[in-house]
Design a binder for this molecule. Structure first.
Ligand SMILES: [Zn+2]
Length: 176
């Protein structure tokens, strides 16, 4: 009996402790940067989580259909900010379900803060999406895939490098 109990506990704890990198959620909209944000590698490393650093500063990609994506799908109205510099990047208004396993938007909320660059790595020609303020790698954008959105663009973004601020809470804060 004791052995069965021990086994059950071992299985339970194995199931309940996967490495989690949930999307940052903040109740308050970050202060918008007014100039380009430049930091050293050491400064970014100190500020970001290891997973954020790997994605934003080393062109990494988060695991598809992970905890971050599950959270993203559940999130309601709100705004997505750069986890590195706080620049406003995307909003729930342009969010759509592309079923690709990563947060998807058909347009940036603030085009000024999002820039693109041709990416020839991984044997493909893709368009990389970056934060224009701090140069963080955000993901890639694909065009003309046949999605019934106003732009037929899919900004396929790593949720790990976004900070979500729900609308209702932002309103509460500003009403205080
Ligand atoms: Zn940024």
């Amino acid at each position: 009996m004791r052995i069965i109990l021990a086994l059950t506990l071992a299985v339970l704890s194995a199931c309940s402790s996967p490495a989690k990198e949930p999307m940052e959620t903040s109740p308050k909209a970050p202060k918008q940067p007014t100039a380009k944000v430049e930091k050293t590698d050491a400064e970014w490393k100190a500020q970001l989580t290891p997973e954020q650093y790997r994605i934003a500063r080393q062109d990494g990609t988060e695991r598809p259909n992970g905890d971050v994506y599950k959270q993203f799908k559940k999130q309601g109205a709100g705004t997505y900010y750069c986890a590195g510099c706080g620049a406003k990047l995307f909003s729930s208004k342009e969010k759509f379900d592309s079923r690709c396993g990563w947060p998807s938007f058909y347009d940036p909320a603030n085009a000024e803060n999002v820039k693109t660059k041709v990416d020839m790595t991984a044997g493909m020609v893709r368009t990389e999406v970056l934060c224009a303020v701090c140069d963080a790698h955000l993901g890639h954008v694909f065009t003309g895939e046949g999605f019934s959105t106003p732009t037929d663009k899919r900004y396929c973004i790593n949720g790990t490098v976004l900070t979500f601020v729900p609308d209702a809470q932002a309103e509460e804060k500003s009403a205080e």
